[in-house]
Design a protein around this ligand. Structure first.
Ligand code: NAD
Ligand code: UDP
Length: 320
């Protein structure tokens, strides 16, 4: 088998670290590029001994050059707490990161995949969301730096494809969870699990009736690689998500049950522009990606994720 040279931006992050590992296991050479804003060396330390793995500290708002066959563009903070910390930097990362990686793909004739998001649908008025839905996004709200940055990146990908014939692939990722999430990430699954394990209050925002569809990271990685290898001319965008839909209260109850925690649920203010519902239509992914569909049920994925955080918290305790 031919060894491909693959660049993964955001490779030290939650999803990126799983992708690095899987692509190395498949016999490829991987360059992992990251500025460590939300990612961590801990996520990729086990890969550092592999001679086909290279770690590069770099900020993707600056151009980067390397001879590669494929690029997975994942660099961008994904949790509202982190992407709102420096909103201008977030939109620069999406837009300039897209321009820099697309420029590289054009120059070295690499295939390039963009990690877009279900956030391009905003607070959706169409439910569930097919790829043909254009979305309902506030352009000037506190989530806009992320949502509009990702929408602009999709536009840039399509324009480089149409104007310069760059071989592009776009995936729209729905809420994904699993091991290697940062315990301080701020997203709901890691928050609830860490709170439950520490016996702290579980912080449900608003009435907790808003819904999300949660995908286990292995299912996303499988779909992402299938998309990179999909037929020539198929650019997407394609939804990658688990259609199982849950309210935040249901999620909190499940996590309390699985951890056996004595934590109680408290309600905090709902952040502005928080989408009320979200659920993917995955017919296109099934059709184009050899019948891809999520294999891991929420409960099974949560059990694995809880085990990961238990180990992590035990380790942190022993270090103190
Ligand atoms: P993450 O925050 O764990 O990972 C993002 C990585 O990008 C981190 O390692 C971070 O340090 C790096 N990064 C950020 N800005 C950078 C910059 N300017 N230059 C170089 N590196 C930079 O988040 P994740 O959940 O792993 O998300 C990965 C990608 O998938 C993101 O593009 C995100 O928007 C997308 N996505 C994720 C989800 C999800 O639920 N996990 C949902 C939709 C989309
Ligand atoms: N949420 C919550 N408590 C938390 C963190 C998040 O109730 O401690 C809610 C949040 O308001 C949203 C949902 O969980 O309705 C998912 O939030 P997350 O930040 O994980 O992802 P996103 O809103 O980007 O889908």
């Amino acid at each position: 088998m031919e060894r491909k040279k693959i660049l993964i931006t955001g490779g030290a992050g939650f999803v990126g670290s799983h992708l690095c590992k899987r692509l190395l296991q498949e016999g490829n050479e991987v360059i992992c590029l990251d500025n460590y804003f939300t990612g961590s060396k801990k996520n990729i330390v086990e890969l550092l001994d592999n001679p086909y793995f290279e770690m590069v500290r770099h900020d993707i708002t600056q151009p980067y050059f390397a001879e590669v066959d494929e690029i997975y563009n994942l660099a961008c903070p994904a949790s509202p707490v982190h992407y709102q910390y420096n909103a201008i930097k977030t939109i620069k990362t999406s837009v300039m990161g897209a321009i820099n990686t697309l420029g590289l793909a054009k120059r070295v004739k690499a295939k390039i995949l963009q990690a877009s998001t279900s956030e391009v649908y905003g607070d959706p008025e169409v439910h569930p969301q097919p790829e043909s839905y254009w979305g309902n996004v506030n352009p000037i709200g506190q989530r806009s730096c992320y949502d509009e940055g990702k929408r602009c990146a999709e536009t840039l990908f399509m324009d480089y494809h149409l104007q310069n014939n760059v071989n592009i692939k776009i995936i729209r990722i729905f809420n994904t969870y699993g091991p290697n999430m940062n315990p301080d990430d701020g997203r709901v699954v890691s928050n609830f699990i860490v709170q439950a394990l520490k016996g702290n209050d579980i912080t449900v925002f608003g009435d907790g009736k808003q819904t999300r569809s949660f995908q286990y990271v292995d299912d996303l990685v499988e779909g992402t690689i299938r998309m990179m290898n999909s037929r020539d001319g198929f650019t997407g965008p394609v939804n990658l998500g688990n259609p199982g839909e849950f309210t935040m209260l249901e999620l909190a109850d499940k996590i309390i049950e699985l951890t056996g925690s004595k934590s109680r649920i408290v309600h905090l203010d709902l952040p502005k522009d928080d989408p009320t519902q979200r659920k993917p239509v995955i017919d296109l992914a099934k059709k184009e990606l050899n019948g891809w569909e999520p294999q891991v049920a929420l409960e099974d994925g949560l059990v694995k994720t809880i085990a990961y955080f238990e180990d992590l918290l035990r380790l942190e305790k022993n270090l103190i």
